[in-house]
Design a protein around this ligand. Structure first.
Ligand SMILES: C[S@@+](CC[C@H](N)C(=O)[O-])C[C@H]1O[C@@H](n2cnc3c(N)ncnc32)[C@H](O)[C@@H]1O
Length: 214
């Protein structure tokens, strides 16, 4: 596959996983998972008919229509097949991801693989409320962006408050420091134009915390 980001997401999938890729877009990831025989079952969905049309074409081109059922659905709402245990959501903002995960109930999900485009502290916090804990994160650099991909599961340990904000510390991963540094720059920038003293105070606290890591 051409995308290191999608390949890294695939590397988090295990053979016993029954996967749904929500927001599959052109279905590159489901096709890769099946072609490489990474797991036993993959279904895919998207909210936009146009995206699904292209997904369908790609799946047909690869002769995988039997293997990868496609559903037009807002999140899990119109997905009739409840026999899945792993959800992948990638390339979306945290608010959309949380909206999608608000209808988890009829499904017995053990694992979430999520690449959110923003607000990871909010994502980690809200998933914790749903009893999904961050097990591992990987940072991938592609097309001038750092992408943070996380596995959340029901049996992972609880995070410390620092980890909730910055993610689990990974000394072996150079990208971890770069992403912290980027975070630091963003907060510093906000601090320079925010007028509200309370908000400034909290930003200042975040900077102090970040400095301990950098
Ligand atoms: C930026 S693309 C990411 C595609 C792919 N997951 C990836 O990471 O490369 C986001 C996709 O999510 C779909 N999407 C957005 N909101 C959705 C929702 N509520 N339910 C299902 N799909 C959604 C969009 O139609 C789009 O195809």
């Amino acid at each position: 596959m051409k995308s290191l980001r999608l390949e890294t997401i695939a590397s988090f999938v295990e053979p016993e996983d029954k996967v749904i890729d929500i927001g599959c877009d052109h279905a590159y990831l489901p096709i890769f998972l099946i072609q490489k025989k990474i797991c036993q079952k993959v279904i895919a969905s998207d909210i936009h008919e146009e995206a699904l049309k292209i997904a369908r074409k790609n799946i047909e081109k690869n002769h995988l229509m039997e293997e990868i059922p496609l559903y037009l659905s807002d999140g899990l709402k119109n997905v009739p097949d409840k026999d899945i245990n792993t959800i992948i959501i990638a390339g979306m903002g945290t608010n959309t991801i949380l909206h999608i995960l608000s209808s988890l109930d009829p499904f017995s999900i053990d694992k979430l693989i999520i690449q959110a485009n923003n607000d990871l502290p909010l994502l980690r916090k809200e998933l914790r409320k749903k009893k999904f804990f961050l097990q591992k994160e990987k940072i991938v650099y592609e097309k001038n962006h750092y992408y943070i991909i996380g596995i959340y599961s029901k049996n992972a340990r609880r995070l410390t408050s620092k980890e909730k904000y910055f993610g689990p510390y990974d000394a072996s991963n150079h990208g971890y420091y770069i992403s912290l540094y980027n975070h630091f720059q963003t907060i510093n920038h906000k601090l320079s134009w925010k007028k509200n003293t309370k908000e400034k105070f909290f930003l200042f606290l975040k900077i102090q915390l970040l400095k301990k890591y950098l």
